[in-house]
Design a protein around this ligand. Structure first.
Ligand code: MUC
Ligand code: MG
Length: 373
């Protein structure tokens, strides 16, 4: 019997409202745009994937529109008509013809894994070797831009037992203003919660040296990507001086980047994201580099909807160690979900769904409503 082939590639751009504005150093998000991929296969199986970025072209090098165009114009001819069950061969074919474009690659890899999991009636995590945990502790980002509102939001999350690690988005204001904001939040929450900051590349090394000491004094436990993503040496120098650990985020745009950062001891923690390294299987390569170099892991997000979030969760559930937990809260920032079985968050954890493939199913009515026409 011949193997099923990929028959058709369908890409949807889905614009969804957020529960509140989400303020990052480079852009305030007033909504989120998901890019969803459906791979229709000849055996009737449809694999789904997601390639979502943040703030158009302000965060990553791919925009929702470029991802859709490139999937349709360049990826589709490489995969249509090919054996859908041999994921390694398809990824090799894509990597030989497509440079970069890790967001688009992540959607394709995810959809192939989802389809194969559905076919074999096993989860994506099973395809990756199996889960070592059924739930992932999940941080929440406080980014309303207002200190009092952020404290209220954190209190609500603690009451709901949904999150007890908080990442504060800073970098858009004067550093002293930002540090006062962070200190006030940490003072209000005390030992009931951990507080981390994400500077999204906004500081110079000189500012970061002073700020790292002040943030440590305020009780902050880690600083994410304080310097420009290309400043690896600066990160290494700062890591050697900072009393609290640094985490590399935007500095990792490929598996090769993670190797270079590890070699330079640029940061003792890596934020892994499937979109940055090309998918749930490819992200395991970055995790392996980090593990070999003694770098701790954190399961990051591109603020994806449920499809991208569960794809990340399936991959992160397989890591031997996930010391800094995850921030897979993307679906909770959106007012609408586009799946019929939303993810469950309880006891500070995201619970991995049971079920084959990704374990989630698209809500076609909602998709038709929210898809860009
Ligand atoms: C980032 O830089 O980490 C992840 C969580 C969040 O609030 O923003 C993103 C991007
Ligand atoms: Mg970040």
């Amino acid at each position: 019997m011949s193997s099923p082939v990929v028959q058709r590639v369908e890409v949807l751009i889905v614009d969804l409202p957020t529960i509140r504005p989400h303020k990052l150093a480079m852009r305030t998000m007033k909504g989120q745009t998901l890019v969803l991929l459906k791979l229709h296969c000849s055996d009737g199986v449809v694999g789904i994937g997601e390639a979502t970025t943040i703030g158009g072209l302000s965060y990553g090098a791919e925009s929702p529109e470029s991802i859709k165009t490139n999937l349709e114009a360049w990826f589709a001819p490489l995969i249509v008509g090919e054996d859908a069950t041999n994921i390694n061969r398809l990824l090799k074919r894509i990597n030989q013809q497509v440079r970069g474009n890790t967001f688009a690659k992540s959607a394709v890899e995810t959809a192939l894994l989802d389809a194969q999991g559905k076919r074999l009636d096993i989860s994506v995590a099973d395809l990756l070797g199996g889960r070592v945990r059924e739930g992932l502790e999940c941080a929440w980002t406080l980014a309303s831009g207002d200190t009092v509102r952020d404290i209220d939001e954190a209190e609500q999350m603690l009451d709901l037992r949904r999150h007890r690690h908080f990442k504060l988005k800073i970098g858009a204001n004067d550093p002293l203003v930002d540090i006062a904001h962070v200190s006030a939040i940490k003072r209000a929450l005390g030992d009931r919660a951990s507080v981390r900051v994400d500077v999204n590349q906004a500081w110079s090394e000189a500012v970061a040296i002073r700020a790292s000491q002040m943030l440590a004094d305020a009780g902050v436990e880690l600083i994410e990507q304080p310097l420009h993503r290309s400043d690896r040496l600066g990160m290494a120098r700062l890591s050697a001086k900072s009393p609290i650990p640094l985490m590399a985020d935007e500095a990792i745009e490929s598996v090769a980047d993670s190797f270079a950062l590890a070699q330079m001891a640029a940061a003792p923690i890596f934020a892994l994201k499937i979109a940055k390294t090309g998918g749930p299987k490819s992200v395991l390569k970055t995790a392996a580099i980090a593990e070999a170099a003694g770098i701790a892991l954190y399961g990051g997000t591109m603020l994806e909807g449920t499809v991208g979030t569960v794809a990340s969760a399936q991959a992160f559930s397989t890591f031997e160690s996930l010391e800094w937990h995850t921030e897979l809260f993307g679906p909770l920032l959106l007012t609408e979900d586009v799946v019929i079985n939303p993810l469950q968050y309880r006891d500070f954890q995201l619970i991995l769904p049971s079920g084959s493939g990704l374990g989630v199913h698209l809500d076609e009515e909602k998709l038709a409503f929210f898809s860009r026409k």
